[in-house]
Design a protein around this ligand. Structure first.
Ligand code: NAP
Length: 306
């Protein structure tokens, strides 16, 4: 018979790794599914300046590698596979990854969120041909070019600033007048001579056949359209939670998992933490904290079952 773990953690961002750390340090056997992007969204960001403990900031990838190693010290096992199906109802929960099946008494879901897209046809057609959602990954290809960043939050500010390391010109295009971004991040953008801010504009079409050549923009106040010549478009318009797989778990209207009691979902023994739950704070430190809470709740729930 295959091993029954105390805890299976699905997801490997700050919430997942912290849940692994706390659960394995509490002497529980822990298996973590790292999925398609071990380390989660922080591996696609630049330096993290607001995770406590790092005076000079820390590289996102490095922070996640350290969290991963720290949980391994206490016995967490990792598996770099995507979960394809789950049976939450069985007395021990069953997790399927392709042909292989795994069992645990508790599941902690920490699958995070993925970048939102505009949802227009030309965006798909030119995806990876000048359209990207990751400046850290693709910025290098736009040396001495013109690019646009879409969005008005902290991510858009961060990406726009980062892209000025490569591009000659960065347009920051936002659909409103007011910005969601924090003042410090917005001020940095405003102070950057390579960035031009265009407000009250939406993207009607990404122009180009084999690669991006420009954008057709619509002014939300005058309804007039205009074309902007450029070589790349970076999306920074928020995220959607990765929860599609979890049928039977209660979610809000945007797909974020809901907690019923502490960090437990409506399914007994199934806990959730991080960006797949939290649409308000979405910080590495808050995700890590919720991963810790989920592990402690899981441990207490397991004790209650004995
Ligand atoms: P966000 O704060 O939700 O901002 C998303 C932006 O995209 C908003 O300006 C929104 O416009 C715009 N948007 C959404 N859908 C759109 C659409 N279909 N078309 C055009 N624009 C659209 O997301 P985020 O910037 O990714 O930030 C998420 C969280 O991470 C925040 O809590 C943020 O503080 C944090 N974060 C922190 C840092 C840092 O401190 N270093 C860096 C990055 C992110 P509206 O404003 O009109 O809704």
């Amino acid at each position: 018979m295959s091993k029954i773990y105390d805890v299976i953690v699905i997801g490997a961002g700050p919430a997942g790794y912290t849940a692994c750390l706390y659960a394995s340090r509490a002497n529980l056997s822990v298996l973590c599914f790292e999925g398609w992007q071990p380390g989660g969204q922080l591996t696609t960001t630049t330096v993290i300046e607001n995770y406590p403990g790092f005076e000079n900031g820390i590289d996102g990838k490095e922070l996640m590698q350290e969290m991963r190693k720290q949980a391994a010290v206490f016995g967490t096992e990792y598996i770099t596979k995507d979960v394809t199906a789950i049976d939450f109802a069985a007395p021990t929960k069953k997790v399927q990854a392709g042909e292989e099946s795994y069992e645990a008494r508790v599941i902690i879901i920490a699958t995070g969120a993925k970048p939102r897209k505009l949802g227009i046809e030309s965006e798909e057609k030119l995806w990876a041909k000048g359209v990207s959602s990751c400046a850290t990954c693709d910025g290098f290809f736009f040396r001495e070019k013109k690019v646009a960043v879409i969005g008005g939050g902290d991510s858009a500010m961060e990406e726009a600033n980062f892209l000025t390391k490569f591009a000659d010109k960065v347009y920051l295009i936002h659909r409103r007048e007011e910005f969601r971004a924090s003042k410090i991040m917005l001020d940095r953008v405003k102070a950057n001579e390579k960035i031009e801010i265009l407000t009250n504009k939406t993207v009607e079409e990404v122009l180009g056949e084999q690669k991006v050549t420009g954008l057709r923009l619509k002014d939300t106040q005058s309804n007039e359209t205009s074309e902007l010549e450029l070589d790349g478009m970076f999306l920074a318009i928020g995220h959607i939670p990765v929860t599609q797989l979890f049928e039977g778990l209660e979610k809000d209207d945007q797909g974020y998992l809901l907690h019923k009691e502490n960090t437990m979902t409506n399914m007994s023994g199934v806990f959730a933490a991080g960006d797949c739950v939290d649409h308000r704070y979405r910080q590495a430190v808050t995700a890590a904290a919720m991963g810790c809470q989920a592990a402690i709740d899981a441990e207490r729930w397991l004790e209650g079952q004995e």
